[in-house]
Design a protein around this ligand. Structure first.
Ligand code: AMX
Length: 435
């Protein structure tokens, strides 16, 4: 596997640097941490090392230094006019280098081949769940069921040198990523299409195949799926899914356990489930107002009522971002280009015109702008993928690319178990001299 050899060559000097930093510069102070940071979700506390991507509050995400608009131009595509292949961003996050067409083809082929190894019991486990169990429950159960295939545990028990842990991690990650589209499509067809399954087409790319297996086999749907898989793939290390994957991986839990932990976090409404909740919020608004095409004034009132009930407006706000999310913008540009008259896209535009001011008026929301989830469901719906509960699963398939690449790097760096210190309320009160 030339990719593994290349990765090791890149990683050896970097791992040495990490060891040198710990050994020779371990006492260098990097930050002061305040009471409020710890008590409000550790925002801004630098406590993780993640190299796959970095999030700037104003500009948004960069993957190994490249923004989404840049990647749209430089990553390999199937068609000139199409979207980059997610295989390319995986290669970039893994190696730190831009892939050639051959590199991307190699990964496509690797994944197509490895995808054939899903053990039959995984389908039995999915089938044992009620059909109306949320697709994220089915997805995560299948991920755990697949961990019977983990090479990591076997290698660990045989007594592998810890320097080599990255190797079975890499193998597990490649297997797992290759299989996620099949699992996601299986759940989709099981729940929403009477179990009428569509086999993979090994000649297709990873994201194109997912659209194909879901039964959305047009070139347009495949193009959308490539974009979706590209932009959801990573958002640096502190978000819930990335952090959970990293944390559980630090106990040397195998890649399946680690990723499953991340997916449990993605299923929360403040994180990945927001894409489904946005659609519920929009549809409830249409029902309550009694029209499919509410005015901006009506949307404003509905948004204000949402806040008055003590609910969040899904799809808006962010723990780090302080501007419109470029992942929102790139989807809006895509929608305005290909489906400008789609009713849901028109609604997304109207909501964007009024909701930021409503949130600003609260005086407490730090970021009133839309995030990735404010539009992704409306875009999928506009392409006929109308079953909202599958949206977070699609997010999860994509998120695997970043968090699992970082997991390989965690093992290449030889990072130890993560174990921050906790204190009780009394300790914090003492610090403040509060009785
Ligand atoms: N609607 C209503 N209130 C909001 C809000 C929103 N969209 N965004 C933030 N607030 C509120 C918070 O709930 C908090 O209220 P409180 O002081 O009464 O507890 C206050 O504004 C300050 O919060 P913040 O510092 O601006 O945000 P945060 O870092 O605590 O939370 C996030 C970030 C994303 C959880 C929050 O903006 C939110 O709940 N948004 C809606 C859900 C959503 O879209 N999540 C998806 C995020 C992207 C992703 O992970 N996929």
């Amino acid at each position: 596997d030339y990719l593994k050899e290349k990765l090791l060559q890149i990683a050896i000097p970097k791992a040495q640097k990490v060891r040198q930093l710990v050994k020779e510069y371990g006492d260098v102070k990097i930050q002061d941490v305040t009471m409020s940071q710890v008590l409000t979700g550790m925002k801004g506390v630098v406590s993780l090392m993640t190299c796959t991507s970095k999030l700037d509050p104003e500009e948004g995400i960069r993957f190994r230094g490249y923004s989404i608009p840049e990647l749209k131009n430089i990553l390999p595509k199937i068609h000139e006019e199409g979207e980059p292949l997610p295989e390319g961003i995986f290669y970039l996050m893994l190696t730190g280098e831009l892939p050639s067409n051959d590199d991307v083809r190699y990964i496509s082929e690797q994944w197509a081949q490895r995808a054939q190894g899903i053990p039959p019991h995984v389908y039995d486990v999915i089938e044992a769940l009620p059909k109306d169990a949320h697709p994220m429950i089915q997805f995560n159960t299948a991920i755990l069921a697949m961990s019977t295939e983990s090479q990591f545990r076997k290698a660990y028990l045989i007594g592998m040198d810890k320097k080599n842990y990255w190797d079975p991690t890499y193998e597990g990650v490649m297997d797992l990523i290759s299989r996620l589209p099949i699992i996601a499509a299986y759940i989709y067809r099981r729940v929403f299409h009477q179990g009428d399954h569509i086999p993979p087409d090994p000649s297709l790319d990873w994201a194109g195949n997912l659209a194909h297996m879901m039964g959305h086999d047009t070139e347009d749907a495949k193009r959308l799926m490539r974009l979706y898989m590209l932009i959801h793939s990573d958002h640096e290390g502190g978000n819930v899914s990335a952090h959970a994957t990293h944390l559980v991986g630090s106990a040397l839990s195998n890649p399946y356990y680690s990723f499953s932990a991340g997916m449990n976090g993605l299923a929360g409404p403040l994180h990945g489930m927001a894409n489904q909740d946005v659609m519920h919020w929009i549809n409830k608004m249409k029902r309550e107002i009694g029209t499919d095409d509410p005015s901006e004034a009506q949307i404003k009132k509905y948004a204000e009522e949402t806040l008055a009930k003590g609910h969040v407006i899904p799809g808006y706000g962010h723990a780090v971002l302080r501007k419109t999310d470029p992942r929102f913008q790139v989807q809006l540009d895509f929608a305005n280009k290909y489906v400008p008259y789609a009713p849901y896209i028109k609604l997304v535009n109207k909501i964007y015109n009024v909701v930021p001011d409503v949130l600003l008026a609260t005086g407490k929301v730090k970021n009133p702008w839309p995030n990735v989830d404010a539009i992704s469901g409306s875009l999928l719906t506009s392409y006929g993928i109308t079953e909202f509960p599958i949206y977070t699963v699609l997010f999860g398939v994509s998120r695997a690319l970043g968090v699992l690449t970082q997991l390989i790097w965690d093992r290449l760096y030889g990072l130890p178990i993560e174990r921050p210190k906790s204190q009780n309320l009394g300790w914090f009160m003492d610090k403040a001299n509060l009785k």
